[in-house]
Design a protein around this ligand. Structure first.
Ligand code: HEM
Length: 507
């Protein structure tokens, strides 16, 4: 495997690997980021491991992640070719595209619509959706997770497709949510490694014991295909009848038509569905984490509310113009993203070429040959070593964050009481593949968090004896992690009538 470049240099240190499985059996299957972080105590912040036959480089520090993924982004902007991408129907998702012209074309279209200045245009809509969230929670507080999901899904539906979703049981939102949730559970490098290592599994009939994943994969492909086509059809049919609301899809199609350019409709479809898939669960999971933190840390909640009351008062809702005057709320937004990054391992990058870093050899991967049935299947299972920047380890680094498991927004202030420069950007990834929706996400999170703090108090739910129900925070596994369901008491500080008045006044 070693090439001339690295032949004489050692691989980064790492745990001993076992034949065939590599380090796969040593991983915590629910929270692999914990295992990767533990390894750093013994092997340092740049680790080599092997998942079955796949080289995996784990980066546990922001410094190394910036050195490799930012400064050498020409070499680390690829994605590992995960077998699960095709199997589960995620080939439309630009986030999983290999680095190259096809990715560039899609990325340019996304950047154009979502760069920091362009994202400002969505703020009124984001605020309107945050206000709807307040009404929904006031009406049915126990369904707060569903309301958060609806807020992020309907914001993205409106921005991308000009589609105004129903509050409940919206067929398009349900379709898209189910497709995304199912996919996120399987789209991990760890899951892909199994199929990448033993591609013959893909050829087993789905009734074969252990091959049940093939049925799930077929279901996922069908759902995702509908997810790509249906909302797009909605916008184009409304454009044909001149009823389309201004949105990304109608903008791009209109612009192309005006300029008489040829358009590859697949590019527009891929971009639109990728943005939806990228936005919905990430933003929802972060907001569920925020509510969990508020329940567990009532003092933080009180301090943030007090700041809002002193700056905004009690007769109106916070707006984006207040943002600079609410530094503690700002710190709460940052701490929410640090406390438990919802993409703990980010999205894996891949090394295009062999590399050398601080005396270690980073291999670009290997070509595997498998005899399957009567033919020799060439399975180039990945385009390079999988490179994982462990956002979880970065967020829990004691040297930067004292008592990292505590939710403590104060850590973002300097000694003279000013906000520091740490904007927790690593939660959005690195280099050329950094999250394209980060400006949009940041505004949605701020709008929701500031509005929720202004109107509700969150506390632990009480059992039948009036005792507080204890919460042991736990997060789900997969590409994104969100808190397990928890009981929570949500108390409004104002009446529905007053809320409507404040929202009307806002408009
Ligand atoms: C709190 C919210 C969010 C978080 C924490 C988050 C996090 C991430 C992370 C860690 C990556 C991988 C970056 C890398 O490869 O290094 C990513 C990629 C991506 N995100 Fe987000 N994201 C969020 C919201 C959004 C939103 C709102 C959108 C769309 C509007 C979006 C669209 C994307 C896309 C398209 C990619 C793939 C970029 C590429 O491969 O070129 N994300 N995000």
């Amino acid at each position: 495997r070693k090439t001339a470049t690295g032949a004489s240099l050692p691989l980064p240190p790492g745990p001993p690997t076992f034949p065939i499985v590599g380090n796969a059996l040593q991983l915590d299957s629910v929270a692999p980021w914990e295992t990767y972080m533990k390894w750093s105590k013994t092997y340092g912040d740049l680790i080599y491991s092997r998942l079955l036959n796949q080289d995996v480089i784990i980066i546990n520090s922001e410094r190394i992640a910036r050195d490799l993924l930012d400064r050498r982004s020409y070499n680390y902007s690829d994605r590992p070719m995960l077998v699960t991408t095709e199997l589960f129907g995620w080939t439309f998702n630009v986030g999983f595209f290999c680095y190259g012209d096809k990715w560039r074309k899609h990325r340019r279209m996304m950047d154009d619509k979502l760069r920091s200045t362009a994202a400002l245009a969505y703020r009124p809509l984001q605020m309107r959706k945050a206000h709807q969230l307040l009404i929904d929670i006031l009406e049915a507080p126990n369904e707060f997770v569903h309301h958060l999901q609806m807020m992020t899904a309907s914001t993205m539906m409106l921005i991308t497709y000009g589609y105004e979703a129903e509050h409940r049981d919206d067929p398009l939102v349900d379709l898209v949510e189910n497709a995304v949730m199912q996919g996120l559970k399987v789209m991990t490098p760890e899951a892909a490694a199994i199929l990448g290592a033993w591609p013959f599994l893909l050829y087993l009939p789905s009734w074969f014991p252990g091959a049940g994943f093939k049925k799930k994969a077929q279901e996922s492909r069908n759902m995702l295909n509908e997810m790509v086509e249906k909302p797009f059809e909605y916008t184009t049919s409304h454009m044909d009848s001149n009823e389309a609301t201004a949105c990304m899809v109608s903008d791009v199609l209109g612009q192309i038509k005006d300029e008489g350019n040829y358009v590859d409709l697949d590019v527009v479809k891929n971009v639109a569905s990728t943005l939806f898939a990228g936005a919905s669960e990430t933003t929802t999971a972060t907001l569920v984490s925020f509510i969990l933190a508020m329940v567990l840390y009532p003092n933080v909640q009180e301090q943030a509310r007090a700041e809002i009351e002193s700056v905004v008062g009690r007769d109106r809702l916070p707006n984006f113009d207040d943002r600079d005057s609410l530094p503690y709320v700002e710190a709460v937004v940052r701490e929410t993203q640090r406390w438990h990054p919802i993409a703990p391992l980010g999205v894996a990058h891949a090394a295009v070429n062999d590399d050398i870093y601080e005396g270690y050899y980073i291999p670009k991967g290997q070509l595997l040959l498998f005899p399957v049935a009567d033919k020799l299947l060439t399975w180039d299972s990945f385009s390079g070593a999988t490179v994982i920047a462990n956002a979880w380890a970065i967020s829990q680094n004691e040297a930067n964050y004292h008592n990292p498991s505590d939710f403590n927004p104060q850590r973002f202030f300097t000694v003279d009481g000013k906000l520091n420069d740490d904007k927790v950007l690593y939660a959005f990834g690195f280099g050329r593949r950094i999250c394209v929706g980060r400006h949009l996400a940041d505004a949605s999170l701020w709008a929701a968090i500031a509005s929720l703090l202004a109107v509700f108090k969150f506390s632990k739910a009480l059992d039948e004896q009036g005792k507080e129900i204890n919460i042991e925070p736990q997060w789900t596994a997969g590409l994104t992690a969100r808190p397990f369901p928890f009981a929570c008491n949500i108390q409004p500080t104002i009446t529905m009538e007053k809320l409507h008045q404040m929202i009307d006044q806002f408009a």
